[in-house]
Each structure stands twice: as structure tokens, then as C-alpha cells.
Design a protein around this ligand. Structure first.
Ligand code: NAP
Length: 475
């Protein structure tokens, strides 16, 4: 096992050996360092080791696994500043957001450390006097995961913690854009006592190659994926051959709705938090705004004032609210969507100066209509298209008019509308007068083409457990 000793986690992770995969800072394009790349054979060997090690790990009492996970949680909290710094370096988000992600990521480890002790089965009243029936829960075995770059720590701990708590071994492929944080939190897990073969981080020659191994290796029983709907479809198709269990956390297209009876200031505050966190690169961020025509101008004026106060820059600088986009390609894609909306009749509320590098100033678009590309596609950037609506029925039709079903938000002070609209929205998660809905205690996940399964909450561990039914006869 490596020892971090007094060395900072950042210098520990950022190796300057010129081999493996190079990792860059999206704010400065500076080379940060390299991480090791595994060949197909090496990944297959890792799976075999994960398979052997899982037998002993699953035999530990839930309480013993819980104690190890608790130590992992404590170490992440101890190294919070280093981890946050590393996150900002490789992902670009402002330091305050990186700190929030470290806590959010750690919260899943703490939560599932507690849940490790509570994987209850049930007794079932038998239909005949001579039988007794019950269920037990058992770990699925080797679980693997593929995660994105937008939350490089939290998207891993949300899967690794329940897998380890359940008694599975776990192999994760982080995004090649942000692998440093993944190796860093794994290092802390080893320091906490997680065996090296029980939690492994792999980077392969390509994402496609690792995806193929994860979906076809006979010793892997479960794949959990967070990323785009496009890649989710590929992995689900590939998993079909071996009937592997899959959990999919995919893309979103969240509507953010403001009714005419809403507290407009609260709605603006919620809109800023939802739309511009992580420069708009979150799966649950507001993708399109629907504002009642009676309050349309008022909302846009207040929203614009708040947006103009946001500071763009390197996430390590004091006071920065919006960092760079993850790649030059991401910036081009977003600019193309803005251009297309302008051609289709939308108007920019304020004029933005072009920014150098991977930075893009926030944009509010007004006079947007439902048929524009920017409404039907996931923007994944700091752009807020605003559509006016006249009545509830029309609004619900537009809000549900998407293949996605991850998160939705609405602001109103009408209690009967709260229930009707919450029930009518076809989404896995709905924020009512609130836009910060993520929490380790609540089930996170989508419906329609936004995914299958739930992460966090008491449901999160079920994704890594099989139910076995035991029938005792001849009594
Ligand atoms: P992505 O392109 O789908 O990539 C996600 C992960 O899949 C990365 O590790 C990527 O590797 C890997 N990958 C890409 N192509 C693959 C293939 N053919 N086979 C196997 N793996 C493959 O998504 P992204 O751009 O990183 O992330 C943004 C997307 O994630 C958005 O759609 C967002 O909504 C979604 N997301 C969803 C949630 C949720 O909880 N529902 C949370 C966060 C993000 P490389 O990066 O190394 O190429």
C-alpha cells in the first residue's frame, strides 16, 4: 500500500512521469500529469482479482464493512482541501463548488456505511402450514462502473459506497478528462482499509474498449453507468448479450417553471443555482425555463441582473462563480446551439463579449419557442432559454415533450397547483420552490430515457444486491 504521509494529495496524485494518459487543466490548458493506462489483458486480470477478493469481503459482517467505510469517509473529510484543489485543477469548477462536491461525495460513503448494517431480508407468511418462507439479500458479486467528468468524485462514491457496503467488489473507469480525483479517493480508501482488489480504478486504451470488457466479461455481474443517453444505449445493448444487471444515470432536459403566483425573487435565486452551477454542466440543471406571460418580463429583468453579477474565471481565483467548459468542443457545441436559436428567432437579453479559451459568459435567451433545437437538446452549458406560457395544460404538454425524465422544477405559491403539477410532470425528481434537490438521503434517478435505477437513499444499495428466496418445507 502507498503511504501519503505528509505529502499533499495533489502532489501525490500528479505524477510527472511522462507515460500513460495525460491530464490537462481546462482553465489554463496546462498539463497536470499522467495516470496509468491498463491494457485489455491487465483489465481482465483486475476483474479476476476483484472476483476472488469479493468472496472474503462479502463474508465480513456488515458492521465490519461499515467501520472501514466510516474511516474512508473520515479520510476524505481530512483531505477535503487537497481533494477540492485537485477537482478544480482537472475539472475547472470554482473551488467552493469543488469543496461542496467533496462533501456531497463523502456523504454517500457515510450514508452507505450506515446502510451496510441494514440489508434486511423479510419473512413471508406461507400459504401452507408445512412451509416457512423468507428472503435474504446477497451482493451481486463484481460490480463495475463508468462515470463522467462533471462530478469526478461524487459520481464514483454514489456507486462505490453502496457496492462496497453490500459486499461487492467494484471497478470504476472514470472519464479520461478527470481521472486524478478518482485515483486520489481510491488511495484514501486503501488507507482506510479497503483491500486494493475490492476497489480498483482503471483507465484503458479507450472508453469503448473498457466498455466492451465491462459489458462482456463473464465474471462481472453488474454495470452502473452515469453519462449521456447516447452512450447509455450502447452499454445497455452490449449488456443484453450476457443479461448483465445495469443501472443507468443518463442525460436530462430539466424544465424550470415559474407560475404567475410564484415568489419571483426566490425563483430567480433558484434559477441561478440550478442553471449556472458547474457552468451549467450538470445533468439536473435547468435546461429550459417556462415563465408565465404575466411575469415573463419581470422574471427576465431580475434574472439578467443576477446573471450579470456572476464572475467568470479560473476556479482557483477568489470570487469566481463560473469556471471553464470542459473542452473546446463543448464550447463549440454550445455556441452552435445559441447561433441556431438566434437564427430561429430567439434574442439575447444582454450582449456578451467573446471569451478566450474554454470560457463562455452566461447567456439568457428570450422569445424562445418550443420547436427550437436549444429546447429539445441538453445544452450542458451556461445558457438559459426562456419560453412564455399561458396556462397549466399548455405548460405540462411542453414540459413533458422530451425523451428525458430526470429532474424538473417549479415555483408557485398555490398549494393545489403544487400537487397537480408535481404529479403531472414525467420526471424522476421534482423540486418544488427549490432547485437544490440532490442529497444522499433521497433517491436520485430518472425515468424515460434518463435512466434506470436509483442512487443514494435506502434504495441505492438494492442496485448491488440480489434477493434470494428461501423456502423451508416438510415442517
Ligand atoms: P459520456 O460521453 O456519455 O461519457 C460518460 C462516460 O462514458 C465517460 O467515462 C466516457 O469516457 C465513457 N464513454 C464514452 N463513450 C463510451 C463507450 N462507447 N463505451 C463505454 N464508455 C464510454 O458523457 P459525458 O459527456 O462525460 O457526461 C455528460 C453526460 O452525463 C450528460 O448527458 C449528463 O446529463 C450525464 N450525467 C448524468 C447524470 C445522472 O445522474 N443522470 C449525472 C452526471 C452526468 P471518456 O470520458 O473517457 O471518453
Amino acid at each position: 500500500m502507498h503511504a501519503i504521509n505528509n505529502k499533499s494529495l495533489v502532489s501525490f496524485m500528479v505524477s510527472d512521469r511522462e507515460e500513460g494518459l495525460a491530464v490537462y487543466n481546462p482553465a489554463t490548458q496546462e498539463l497536470l500529469g499522467y495516470v496509468p493506462v491498463s491494457t485489455e489483458q491487465e483489465i481482465s486480470d483486475k476483474v479476476s482479482r476483484a472476483h476472488s477478493a469479493q468472496k472474503d469481503w462479502s463474508k465480513l459482517a456488515g458492521k465490519q464493512r461499515s467501520e472501514i467505510l466510516q474511516r474512508w469517509f473520515q479520510l476524505i473529510i481530512e483531505y477535503q482541501n487537497d481533494l477540492a484543489h485537485l477537482l478544480t485543477l482537472e475539472q475547472g469548477k470554482p473551488l467552493a463548488e469543488s469543496k461542496a462536491e467533496v462533501f456531497y461525495g463523502a456523504s454517500f460513503i457515510e450514508w452507505f456505511a450506515e446502510e451496510a448494517k441494514r440489508s434486511y431480508g423479510e419473512t413471508i407468511p406461507a400459504p401452507t402450514p408445512s412451509k416457512r418462507m423468507l428472503t435474504i439479500k446477497q451482493p451481486v458479486g463484481v460490480a463495475c462502473a463508468i462515470t463522467p467528468w462533471n462530478f469526478p468524485i461524487a459520481m464514483i462514491t454514489r456507486k462505490a459506497a453502496p457496492a462496497l457496503a453490500a459486499g461487492c467488489s467494484f471497478i470504476v473507469k472514470p472519464s479520461e478528462l478527470t481521472p486524478l480525483s478518482a485515483f486520489a479517493i481510491a488511495e484514501l480508501a486503501y488507507q482506510a482499509g479497503v483491500p486494493q482488489d475490492i476497489l480498483q480504478v482503471v483507465v484503458g486504451n479507450s472508453a469503448e474498449e473498457v466498455g466492451r470488457i465491462f459489458t462482456s466479461h463473464p465474471l462481472i455481474r453488474k454495470l452502473s453507468f452515469t453519462g449521456s443517453t447516447r452512450v447509455g444505449r450502447i452499454l445497455m445493448r452490449q449488456s443484453a448479450e450476457g443479461i448483465k444487471r445495469t443501472s443507468l444515470e443518463l442525460g436530462g432536459n430539466a424544465p424550470f417553471i415559474v407560475f404567475d403566483d410564484a415568489d419571483i425573487d426566490a425563483a430567480v435565486e433558484g434559477a441561478i443555482a440550478s442553471k449556472f452551477r458547474n457552468a451549467g454542466q450538470t445533468c439536473i440543471c435547468a435546461n429550459r425555463f417556462y415563465v408565465h406571460s404575466k411575469v415573463y418580463d419581470e422574471f427576465i429583468a431580475k434574472f439578467d441582473t443576477a446573471v450579470n453579477q456572476l464572475k467568470l474565471g479560473n476556479g482557483l481565483e477568489e470570487g469566481v462563480n463560473i469556471g471553464p467548459l470542459i473542452t473546446p468542443q463543448a464550447k463549440q457545441n454550445i455556441e452552435a446551439l445559441i447561433e441556431s436559436a438566434l437564427k430561429q428567432g430567439a434574442k439575447k437579453v444582454s450582449t456578451q463579449k467573446p471569451q478566450k479559451g474554454q470560457f463562455l459568459l452566461p447567456v439568457i435567451l428570450r422569445d424562445v419557442t418550443q420547436s427550437m433545437d436549444i429546447v429539445s437538446q441538453e445544452i450542458f452549458g451556461p445558457v438559459a432559454p426562456v419560453i412564455a406560457f399561458e396556462n397549466e395544460q399548455q405548460l405540462i404538454g411542453m414540459a413533458n415533450d422530451t425523451i428525458h425524465g430526470l429532474a424538473a422544477y417549479f415555483f408557485t405559491n398555490n398549494i393545489s397547483r403544487v400537487w397537480k403539477v408535481a404529479e403531472a410532470l414525467e420526471y424522476g425528481m421534482v423540486g418544488i420552490n427549490d432547485s437544490m434537490i440532490s442529497s444522499e438521503v433521497a433517491p436520485f434517478g430518472g425515468i424515460k430515457q434518463s435512466g434506470i435505477g436509483r442512487e443514494g437513499a435506502r434504495q441505492g444499495m438494492d442496485e448491488y444486491m440480489d434477493i434470494k428466496y428461501l423456502c423451508f418445507g416438510g415442517l
